[in-house]
Design a protein around this ligand. Structure first.
Ligand code: SF4
Length: 316
């Protein structure tokens, strides 16, 4: 990649002292591990909308589809102030070319899901979305988003990071003159990655690319981007990955010896049963790809969709 991936992030997760009590919520995975590959664009809705730090705490109340943001002690409804700032801020963020956003969980401004919202009896229900997070997700419906709590889950973490790396590669593809040839090249390299998320999208994207002459180039790229981002929202699973691994085996039919084929089948089976992590069969396939210089597979992003140092495929 030519440049680092740009990612929006709730500022308190970077260690900025912007919380209601003047503290922060530094997340070392985000700043340390991920920070090596990412350039962050910090956003603190409550400070940037003018509430200062330290400040009175706030909460959500009312209808989860149109929540109100209210200060907890003085009961001031500050929703409109937050919305006015939020709409301006997302318009500004368009210039940043973000590949995703990591929100602070549970926050009435920044939480992307399951934020406490008080119902009409004053009881909290985990049905809310933070006011700024909602504005952001409606403005950028295709961008990958996660919160720092969910990123502790291995699968969600892998999926999110795979999505932001893929989106970055796509943006690099877009940075040059759009042509059918470029799209075919991008698609060819990402076929198996798409297949590992959604077989249905694999088929429809393949059809779109095969019939690419039927559509003006701009519309073709827009349609492809929509399908790509939609596909990445489907999580990979052991079953889907095992199908892709098995599919790859087909490309080696004539080259692998009977022993090598047997070994690979056994390792795929161990992966399917949860005995070994995905990195094990993928490493073996990468080994054969090099050994036999398999031309189609050596171009497949699926075999190394993100830096190996992130160890995202090392969990069984
Ligand atoms: S959760 Fe959001 S509003 Fe609260 S301190 Fe962090 S960035 Fe600011």
């Amino acid at each position: 990649m030519n440049e680092k991936i740009k990612l929006g992030v709730s500022a308190c997760l970077l260690g900025e002292p912007v919380r209601f009590d003047g503290g922060h919520k530094l997340d070392r995975f985000i700043t340390g591990t991920l920070g090596a590959y990412v350039e962050f664009v910090p956003v603190c809705p409550e400070v940037e909308a003018g509430f200062g730090a330290p400040r009175e705490t706030m909460h959500l109340e009312g209808d989860p589809a149109a929540p109100r943001l209210v200060t907890s002690r003085t009961k001031r409804d500050v929703t409109d102030q937050m919305l006015t700032w939020g709409h301006r801020r997302v318009a500004d963020l368009e210039k940043e070319d973000l590949c995703g956003f990591i929100f602070k969980s549970k926050s009435p401004s920044s939480g992307m899901a399951r934020v406490n919202i008080l119902n009409d009896k004053g009881m909290p229900e985990q049905k809310g979305v933070g006011v700024f997070a909602l504005v952001f997700m409606r403005h950028f419906p295709l961008l990958p988003v996660e919160d720092e709590g969910r990123l502790h889950d291995d699968k969600l973490r892998e999926n999110f990071i795979e999505s932001i790396f893929t989106l970055k590669r796509w943006r690099e593809c877009l940075s040059e003159k759009k042509s059918r040839g470029r799209l075919v090249d991008f698609h060819t390299k990402h076929k198996l990655l798409v297949m590992s998320h959604s077989a249905e999208h694999y088929r429809s994207m393949g059809k779109l690319v095969a019939d690419s002459k039927a559509m003006p180039v701009d519309k073709l790229f827009d349609t492809y981007q929509g399908l790509l981002m939609e596909a990445l929202r489907f999580k990979t699973t052991i079953k889907k990955n095992a199908n892709v691994l098995q599919h790859m085996l087909g490309y080696f039919k004539k080259q692998l010896s009977a022993d090598e084929k047997q070994e690979l089948l056994e390792i795929i089976d161990h992966y399917r049963k949860g005995d070994v992590p995905l990195i094990v069969p993928v490493t073996l396939i990468n080994h054969y790809v090099r050994k036999y210089d398999q031309p189609y597979l050596k171009e497949q992003v699926y075999l190394q969709p993100h830096p190996i140092e992130l160890q995202l495929r090392n969990h069984a």
